[in-house]
Structures are given as C-alpha cells and as structure tokens.
Design a protein around this ligand. Sequence first.
Ligand SMILES: Cc1cc2nc3c(=O)[nH]c(=O)nc-3n(C[C@H](O)[C@H](O)[C@H](O)COP(=O)(O)O)c2cc1C
Length: 200
Amino acid sequence: MAHHHSPLDVLLSRASTDHLVEPPPKGDELRTILSAGLRAPDHGKMRPWRYTVVKGKHREAFADLVVEAMGRQEPDAPEGKKTKRHHRFANMPMIIALGMHLQPEGKIPVIEQEMAVAAGAMNVLNALHAAGFGGMWVTGPFCEDRVLLESLGLPEPHRLAGFLFVGTPAKHSDERKRPEIDDYMAVWKGDAITFAADAG
Ligand SMILES: Cc1cc2nc3c(=O)[nH]c(=O)nc-3n(C[C@H](O)[C@H](O)[C@H](O)COP(=O)(O)O)c2cc1C
C-alpha cells in the first residue's frame, strides 16, 4: 500500500492512468483528497477552485451533456468519436470537473488564478495516488461550452480547466520512462545558461 512509502516516493511514483475501475474515493476520503487541492498556492486568496463531482447513476446523463457540448463545439466530429467519448464519460468510476471561479476585474492576473486551479489539480492527483487511487486530467473543446459549464455550476466568468477521471487503477501501470532531471535544471552562476533539454 502507498502508506508504506515516504511522501517523496509517492510524488515520484505518480503516473496518470485512465484504466480505472471501482471504487472511487467516497465520503470523507473524497473530501480529504479534494482538501489537498485547496492547499495550492493562491495569490490574493482568490480561492478559485470549484470541484463538481459526477458519479454513480448520474454519469449517463452527464455523458449525454458532454456529447451534446461536443456537437456544438466540434460539429464535424465523427459519430464514432462521440460514441467513444460517451462511453468513456459514462463508465469512469468518477469524474471531477475542475471549475475555475475567475475574477477578471480582480487585482490578481487571471493567469495566476488559473495557475492556482492547476496547482490544486496536481495536488488532487497526488493525493489520489497517495491514497491508493488513480486519476487522469483530460480536456477538449467541449470544456469551452457554456451550456455544459452552466450545468456544472460554472456560469460566467467561471471557466473549466478540464476533468479528472478518478477511480482505482485497474492494474499496475508499466513504469514509463521519465526525462532526466539534469536536462531540465541548471544552477545559475552568473554566466549564460542553456538547458540540455533545449539542445539540438
Ligand atoms: C491541462 C491538461 C489537459 C490534458 N488533456 C488531455 C486529454 O484531453 N487527453 C489525454 O490523453 N491527455 C491529456 N492530458 C495529459 C494526461 O493528463 C497525462 O498527463 C498524460 O497522459 C501523461 O501522463 P503522466 O501524467 O503520467 O505523465 C492533459 C494534461 C493536462 C495538464
């Protein structure tokens, strides 16, 4: 179990997966996991996080809404793509919409408000993993659909940063190779810096 690992092991072993089965976190455990999202840095105490949880028998109707939104945002999308997406949204153990309560007239730039939501989403993904669950962050043009957003409790000027698919990982996912940190960090010593990740 994840509990036997150090917090750093947890962070360094997280990987996204959409091979998710029952059960998703419920009740107080779900509330605890989402509370980790509210630990994200938040310039100006804007508190932009809005989590809409979709589960159980409501998934089917929600998948209908997603596909309707897709129809409006991607009118040329083939029928097969719509069917596939419907199946995906109707069968995920749980879906959490990442709502952003944005204040365009506020003192804090909107991008910083959005980054606080993104940082919160990452914390939720890590908390899911720490608690033995799995997740994956997905988006699509349907995330811009005002009708869909309204139905999730996100009227203007809310926006949607995407959805988290949530559940129990179906299998131990193969460890995908990660980039080498030395290519992505540099210690500044006053001279010009180039990153190995940018070479060639
Ligand atoms: C804002 C955002 C949106 C994403 N949207 C999608 C998506 O729509 N479909 C998809 O397959 N992956 C999407 N991803 C990528 C996956 O969430 C995931 O990061 C990717 O599969 C790599 O897995 P990893 O997190 O283990 O590196 C998105 C990631 C972010 C941050």
